[in-house]
Design a protein around this ligand. Sequence first.
Ligand code: NAD
Length: 465
Amino acid sequence: MSGKEFLRSVDQVFDNAARVLKLPAYLANQIKSPNATYKVNFGVRIQNKINTFTGFRCVHSDHLEPVKGGIRYALNADQDEVEALAALMTYKCALVDIPFGGSKGALIIDPGIYSQQDIERITRRFAQELIKRDLINPSQNVPAPDMGTGEKEMAWIADEYKRLHPTDINASACVTGKPINKQGIRGRTEATGRGVQFAIKEFFRHEKDKKRANVSGNIEGKKIIVQGLGNVGFHAAKFLSEEDGALITAVVERDGAVLNDKGINIEKLKSHIARRGGVKGFKGFVSNGSKVIERNCDILIPAAMEGVINKNNAKNISAKVIVEAANGPITYEADQALRTHKVIIPDLYANAGGVTVSYFEWVKNLARIRFGRLHKREEENKLISLINTIENLTGMEVKASKKKIILKGADEIDLVRSGLDDTMRQAYVEMSYKFHASNKIKDFRTSAMAIALQKVAKSYDTIGI
Ligand code: NAD
């Protein structure tokens, strides 16, 4: 799918929700249009030649600041795609009550063909260009990882910001997704995949929604197909199989797919990919990967890129539930064909885990203290005295293994997961409630977008446009 088609898809979803809400045209236009998109060409010397790179940073809506959104490294990135992704960030943050506006960035590059030293120099140069224009700034614009970038790139960006603003006490909050030893937060790397797991768990708590999808019971034993075993797909597949007993019956990657009806060992497959650069050679390998997403399963999780379910293959998709871990994996036309007989858990909601934990990281950086540091031991001491009291009153002893679980105070990772779980559960309840409450709303995508628009519109209305 081209960037133009992606942008059109996002705008069409917006228009549907605006129509349902009867939003005045002047307000709808103001919200829909991106505020500004900055395009930069810059040179980096690589092996004695100057290579010119093109990058973008779009600020979609700054009704709340800072604005937030990842930076992706991809060869097919373009301005329309960045604007579509920035718009999704505005709506996503509003839906899950994260107090940020929407932004997104991209660099046109194939990161796979450069050495790590070259990627570092390119990243630092790109960061300088954005920092100069306050398009990276802890109070105005805070990037995060996306496709093709990770904690290393974020650490270089933070370091570059610190060099250019040596006296800014909040410098580390200029970017999220940093490594732990560079003021990152525990649970950020896994956050988007963890959020996908929490979204699916919450779906299984809603009988009406399960009935609509024609599924019963819980996650255990459910057949799941995952497309893209990168950051998001890997963590979602790992947690759903290892913690909830789901069977990952297929993983689709760039070079083919792996099939196993009894469930794939995700850790083993990930190490194979790290060693061999793809899924080829793993037990159950087939080469026609794109056909595999059409196979029979309960849940399909597209976690690679946009437009993979489109008018050419929509009618062949057999999954009962599609969980959009990637941004925009279903085109508007495909969505129209699928939405009445499948449950689609939309990107706006399903992959909001990343920005949610990014928000926790930003708060941690501004507060300059690890979550849990103040009250963990106090909480444990209270629990010890409670257990002692119970044991004294009953004359019975609580088992040592049980005691260990009960007594443990919350660490940063426990608090991050708890905050993420709460965010995903609350947003699902709102999305599902709105869907069931209005006969004008035909799918979760429209209910999620309508909730987001109501919040953004209210914010504009309060401050005046
Ligand atoms: P990533 O680069 O870590 O992983 C992407 C994976 O998809 C890679 O393993 C790649 O080989 C695979 N892939 C690429 N093209 C493919 C194709 N045609 N078929 C099958 N597999 C293919 O990226 P990521 O961070 O996991 O992001 C994936 C998606 O999730 C993107 O749409 C991104 O915008 C979205 N997302 C990511 C985050 C985050 O925190 N990283 C947050 C929200 C949304």
